[in-house]
Design a protein around this ligand. Structure first.
Ligand code: AMP
Length: 353
């Protein structure tokens, strides 16, 4: 959205409504907004999802019902009339499509300019590597596969759309030649999904060139079937039975990292934000670095998510880290606080796009 249009729209946004699609981390987003005294609005398809009745503190005040998510693009007037701020999450971007999110004429929490850098794997690598982040090595020539690799198809997501190969034969057998792919080294180590929050408007805390960075929580994803495969035998054996490794996320497990690694964790977040300011005006709000820590205690980042991730859901009541910032602070509450703080200080233009 053009800066002038945004400024005009939010000029009379005194009574903000936190709005999101009813999926992914919506319970947490609504719970946090309600705790901060903000109005909430859920967008759902067909009928109000019944599961919210089981969790009344995470249920939005109202629903808008659509026949399909594509209709969201036509909701502009209705959403603006309610002073809506859309809090995007992974499912929101997936259901609507990154291009459409960029076009949506309703204020979004966070910088929609990040989508161009995040959704293109090459640009994402350019951003992170230029910030000094180590990423898995890319292997250009499949005949040169000399270690376990992941073959990832363009647009692979949700743990689908890639396979493990240990040599060229595996690669040839597994490949769907009709799809674009990249080959990256399979990094051995332990996975940590690091949940940060960057505020350009809060001054106290871990300071950056402008604003402050928080480490709110960490999780590890439960991925089926890879996480339980070892119980049945080696992957080679299982392949003979027609069972292949997949990485479909089914849930999230809370985790903490050894304390001596925390300075590196914060420095990585800091470098990624500073580079984003330089490249595209900043990455504000929640974001997640998806990392593998090797036995050399080195972080390798295989992906960034530039918004709230579902891995923050175990922490609706707070995490070991957020507890040391403020009791019971979840990412959802922190989003609500940021919107309220910006609204009350006339700085909504600094946190919306
Ligand atoms: P992604 O779709 O990139 O989020 O990856 C899904 C899952 O694949 C991750 O959660 C990891 O378990 C695994 N993974 C992705 N990239 C790598 C890598 N380079 N090395 C090892 N495991 C990886």
């Amino acid at each position: 959205m053009e800066t002038d249009d945004l400024a005009r729209i939010i000029d009379d946004y005194s009574d903000v409504t936190v709005t999101t699609v009813c999926s992914h981390s919506s319970l947490q987003i609504f719970h946090g907004a309600k705790k901060e005294g903000l109005k909430t609005l859920g967008i759902a398809v067909n009928r109000p999802p019944k599961f919210y009745d089981a969790f009344p503190l995470g249920k939005p005040d109202e629903f808008i019902l659509l026949d399909s998510y594509a209709e969201l693009m036509g909701l502009k007037d209705e959403l603006l009339a309610r002073n809506s701020v859309i809090v995007p999450h992974g499912s929101f971007v997936e259901y609507l499509g990154a291009d459409k999110v960029v076009e949506l004429d309703v204020p979004i929490f966070g910088n929609r300019g990040v989508l161009a850098w995040e959704s293109d794997r090459k640009k994402q690598r350019e951003w992170l590597e230029s910030a000094g982040i180590k990423m898995p090595t890319l292997i250009e020539d499949p005949t040169k596969i000399d270690r376990p690799v992941l073959v990832k198809y363009q647009g692979a997501k949700g743990g689908r759309g890639f396979f493990i190969a240990k040599n060229y034969d595996d690669f040839e057998q597994g490949l769907d030649p009709t799809q674009e792919y990249n080959i990256q080294e399979y990094v051995t180590g332990t996975r940590y999904y690091l949940h940060y929050f960057y505020s350009p408007i809060q001054e106290e805390g871990y300071q950056l060139s402008k604003g402050t960075l928080q480490m709110l929580s960490m999780d590890r994803r439960d991925e089926t079937n890879i996480d339980e495969m070892y119980k049945l035998g080696s992957q080679e054996e299982l392949k003979r039975l027609g069972i292949y490794a997949s990485f479909v996320v089914t849930g999230n497990v809370p985790i903490v990292i050894r304390e001596s690694l925390l300075p590196k964790v914060l420095k990585m977040g800091e470098d990624v934000v500073e580079k984003s300011i330089e490249l595209f005006g900043g990455l504000w709000g929640p974001f997640c670095l998806e990392t593998i820590v090797t036995d050399q205690l080195e972080f390798v980042v295989f992906e960034i998510s530039a918004r709230i991730v579902a891995g923050t859901n175990p922490f609706i009541g707070g995490s070991a880290y957020s507890e040391m910032i403020e009791p019971n602070l979840s990412t959802g509450v922190r989003i609500g606080q940021e919107i309220k703080m910006a609204r009350d200080t006339g700085r909504l233009g600094d946190i919306l796009s």
